[in-house]
Design a protein around this ligand. Structure first.
Ligand code: URA
Length: 439
């Protein structure tokens, strides 16, 4: 078999068979395919797509290209959760403690942020001492004792994805439904959970800009999970505006803890309750409504916030930074952006807010960039609020004036002040699962 023939077949819209996929991914991981051939195949997939059967095979091949995590030493049904990435998305650090406080288990491998979309590992590392590189034994011990643990994705999980993603990033082939679906689901399959809940973001701050594309991506991922014996459900949620009111690593950890104490923004609280209830019900701990009530009660009675403290402490993190960041980090410079006129405040581009957060130092442009944990944006008004001239809209935090200036410029594209009240935009847009797909 020759790699060139595989590329030619895909370029002619052919369906790759099991043997061809195994040959290609095996050679890719062995380092015997030059980048130009891999890039050519990626572009052929980008342009011509994959059949459902081909995508399932390709994804399983990617999952098997590295270590398969064995979670069998953890009792009960393990449900994993994954978000396709957005701005201000700190749901993992909220729903994990809720699920664990309600008797579920969360064994989560997470990633770092790149570009305007944040990553859970960076947010957790804003807590000094927090260990995001747990050994496999420690990871399992913590899930069994605390009920949850979050660790960084090891380089050996879904090895093929590492190689493919690095090339996709530089060959304009990231934004392809089969390539995104296989990248995400190969890591989910390899991470060992029994069931998977996906949060597919839709809108200006997401990979998927339209509902149609988001539904296609969700359906592709649910089908891959189900074909591989893992019950999978996807929720489609609005990413035309950031989730919650804070963007930036430590700022988001503070907002997460406040949400667990019942003081969080309505959109973030609602999404975390929905996801937790779905995870708990898929774990067999009751029907969705009963699990939702349990999740709400865990916030009201303080159990979820207590679980958060237990989880952070167990992984070595220092909780005092949440109330006293200045004891751990230099105090950031601040700038407040105010309304230029009376009217309705409306966020029109979550992406512009994400870009502003990168300008402030809260995100990376390249993988090697350092992150400033205290940098970020506080939304002082919610999208849809009536505001008056001079009212604060955003508070920006950064280590240098030049960063504040750059971010203030980015933000100009993020919002409008309108005379008419904007229509309310729902947060939860759709659900795709084995029932809706009639699988
Ligand atoms: N997240 C991933 O892990 N892979 C993609 O391709 C896109 C988002």
């Amino acid at each position: 078999m020759r790699v060139c023939d595989i590329i030619e077949k895909k370029a002619a819209r052919g369906e790759l068979n099991e043997e061809e996929i195994q040959f290609f991914l095996g050679a890719l991981c062995a380092g015997s395919i030059p980048d130009y051939q891999t890039s050519a195949l990626l572009m052929a997939i980008f342009l011509n797509g994959m059949t459902e059967r081909e995508l399932a095979r390709w994804t399983l091949g990617m999952a098997r290209s590295g270590d398969l995590v064995d979670l069998s030493a953890i009792g009960g049904v393990k449900v994993d959760k994954h978000s396709t990435g957005g701005i201000g998305d700190k749901t993992t650090v909220i729903l994990g403690p809720i699920v664990a406080a309600c008797g579920g288990k969360l064994a989560k491998m997470s990633g770092r942020g790149l570009g305007f979309s944040g990553g859970t590992i960076d947010k957790l590392e804003s807590l000094p001492g927090f260990n995001t590189a747990l050994s496999q034994d420690e990871f399992i011990r913590l899930v069994n004792t605390v009920g949850m643990a979050v660790t960084g994705q090891t380089a050996s999980v879904a090895l093929a994805d590492k190689k493919l993603y690095a090339l996709r990033d530089v060959t304009a082939t990231v934004n392809s439904i089969p390539l995104i679906a296989s990248s995400i689901m190969s890591k989910k399959l390899a991470s060992g959970a029994d069931k998977i809940v996906l949060d597919v973001k839709v809108g200006s701050g997401a990979f998927m800009k339209t509902m149609d594309d988001a539904r296609k991506l969700a359906a592709a991922m649910v089908s891959i999970g189900e074909e591989n014996g893992r019950e999978t459900a996807a929720i489609l949620t609005n990413m035309d505006r950031p989730l919650g009111r804070r963007v930036g690593n430590l700022l988001e950890m503070q907002e997460a803890y406040e949400t667990l104490q019942g003081r969080g923004p309505a959109d973030l609280t609602e999404l975390c309750l929905w996801l937790s209830a779905r995870m708990l019900s898929m774990a067999g701990l009751g029907d969705f409504e009963a699990c939702r009530k349990k999740a709400e009660a865990s916030i009201e009675n303080g159990a979820a916030a207590a679980k958060f403290r237990e989880f952070v402490t167990a992984q070595g993190g220092d909780l005092t930074v949440l109330d006293h960041p200045e004891a751990h980090y230099p105090r950031p410079l601040e700038r407040v952006v105010t309304a230029a006129a009376d009217g309705y405040f409306r966020i029109v581009s979550a992406e512009a807010i994400g870009r502003a957060s990168v300008s402030l130092g809260a995100g990376r442009v390249t993988k090697e960039d350092a992150i400033d944990f205290t940098a970020g944006i506080v939304l002082e008004a919610a999208s849809g609020d009536r505001v008056v001239k001079g009212q604060p809209l955003f508070r920006l935090c950064a280590a240098a004036e030049a960063r504040l200036e750059a971010a203030a410029q980015d933000l100009a594209a993020a919002y409008r002040i309108t005379e008419d009240a904007p229509e309310a935009e729902p947060l939860i847009l759709d659900v795709v699962d084995r029932r809706t797909l009639a699988l």
